[in-house]
Design a protein around this ligand. Structure first.
Ligand code: GAP
Length: 464
């Protein structure tokens, strides 16, 4: 048990260190000592996360005839959060240790003891919630804590001016259901997709970017005839699992987990998580939720607007049901990093030298890799500068291309492998005569001689 915990900490520590050293993710704001659970994405991290979001948008919006996009505001009318049930129900059970003063989520303590928590009955907690899991001290009673961040609109800080930072992007979609349907002349079934920031005042943030207080969601709400709910729920479950697999995530690290009745969110009739096997256990990466007519009927009640749908063919009138797919961009980026993280004891041999230390490779799918191509002159000599510049100006513009001339070629390959660059282009002295370069593949380490004139087409084909 202790050994497993140590290994889990080791892998996460290595990933956190690599993230900082190589410009993926930084503690925010480090020069002020950091703010617990806030992170900044560095030059490579922003590329990775943008690539995750782009791939999601491509598969959810561009590849389908039945889903359109939206970008709604973060601060919205406070009534929305009453209608959505968040003011009343978006709470986590909190306990404090009277001795060591640590704070815990009561449901997490129970889960660790193999007890399925029932949030509905958490106000009368089971006897297993008496002792602090860290020091054995006495725990306080469970208090329900609302996770929404509040702020005030306008200059006066009073109750009437409270607005909330959205805890999910979904509500912005529901309140625009009519606008989108009418402006785009859509018929059911159709979906609305949105990517954007969400905020939750989490009690126990942690595991790097896994659980933070500010994060990005990639959510899609699919509006359907209630009769078709089961069919679309099953379809979306599979579609979303396939997305992770299509981007190279290892099958053995993915699974579904159905929510039991006691843990279903207040809006959900059924829910499955897509879980990823992290060094800190199987964890939720995305939720697929059957939300029934909860959302539109509540917004109908609170706004006074008619959100019924009339089927143009049958004349049938109903409140659409919703199947939701709700993924976290930060969580997905972290899981893709974990999945790609590989250590090779003794290193792989390079063409020119053998470096014996353990080699780290991030074998990202090419579509996710932050840097797509590195251009490396074999030497710093001035005669290689001109062909390097020619190659760089050919390749830049569409994707992130790095230039690196420092250190031995073997070390430079390793530096690129460590950040997951799929291709290295080496410019050598033969380039001056044959107008060709060597292209090295990160995974196979195969080298291919390619004419500079053909390079752009070559990479357009390999990377698109
Ligand atoms: N609209 C439904 C909804 O928000 P959720 O299960 O609460 O459902 C969906 O959140 C996804 O958002 C999660 O699967 C996760 O990927 C991401 N997420 C939720 N809370 C998060 C947090 N505190 N930090 C990072 N990602 C989070």
């Amino acid at each position: 048990m202790a050994k497993a915990k140590k290994m889990e900490n080791e892998i996460m520590s290595k990933l956190v260190a690599l993230s900082k050293q190589r410009g993926f993710i930084f503690q925010s704001p480090e020069i002020y000592g950091g703010l617990n659970s806030f992170y900044d994405y560095g030059p490579l991290g922003v590329e990775l996360k943008n690539n995750v979001k782009r791939e999601w948008w491509k598969s959810m919006v561009y590849s389908r005839p039945d889903v359109v996009g939206l970008d709604s505001s973060i601060l919205m009318h406070p009534k929305i959060w009453e209608a959505s049930g968040h003011v009343e129900n978006f709470t986590d059970p909190l306990v404090d240790c009277k001795k060591c003063k640590k704070r815990f989520r009561a449901d997490h303590i129970l889960e660790a003891k193999g007890i399925k928590p029932d949030l509905g009955t958490m106000k009368a907690p089971p006897k297993e919630l008496k002792e602090c899991p860290e020091c054995g001290g006495e725990l306080t009673d469970v208090r329900m804590f609302n996770l929404m961040f509040k702020t005030f609109m306008g200059p006066v800080e009073e109750e009437a001016n409270i607005v909330y930072l959205r805890p999910e992007t979904a509500q912005g979609i529901y309140v625009n259901f009519l606008n989108v349907k009418d402006s785009m002349r859509l018929k059911l079934p159709f979906g609305i997709a949105q990517i954007g920031k969400a905020f939750r005042n989490e009690i126990t943030p942690g595991n790097f970017t896994f659980r933070t207080r500010e994060f990005e969601q990639m959510e899609m709400q699919f509006f359907i005839n209630p009769k078709e709910a089961d069919k679309f729920f099953d379809q979306w479950k599979e579609t979303r699992m396939q997305w992770y697999l299509s981007l190279g995530m290892k099958k053995e690290n993915l699974r579904f987990r159905e929510h039991n009745k006691g843990e279903l969110a207040h809006y959900a009739k059924r829910a499955f998580d897509i879980q990823y096997q992290t060094p800190f256990g199987w964890q939720e990466m995305e939720g697929i939720h059957h939300r029934g007519d909860w959302d539109l009927s509540r917004h109908m009640q609170y706004s006074g607007q008619d959100l019924n749908y009339i089927d143009p063919e049958t004349g049938e009138k109903f409140i659409p049901f919703i199947i939701e797919t709700s993924a976290g961009a930060d969580r997905a980026a972290l899981m893709f990093m974990l999945d790609a993280y590989t250590e090779i004891a003794g290193g792989r041999s390079t063409t020119t030298e053998s470096i014996k230390e353990t080699e780290t490779v991030l074998n990202f799918n090419k579509r996710l890799a932050p840097v797509k191509i590195a251009v490396l002159p074999l030497s710093k000599k001035s005669e290689l500068q001109k062909p390097c510049q020619e190659v760089l100006s050919l390749l830049r513009g569409e994707r992130l291309v790095q230039y690196d001339e420092t250190g031995s070629i073997g070390k430079r390959y390793r530096r690129q492998d460590e950040i997951g660059t799929p291709y290295c282009v080496t410019v050598d002295f033969d380039t001056i005569n044959d107008q060709a370069v060597t292209v090295r593949d990160r995974d196979t380490m195969q080298q291919e001689r390619i004419k500079i004139a053909d390079l752009k087409n070559y990479f357009d084909e390999e990377l698109n």
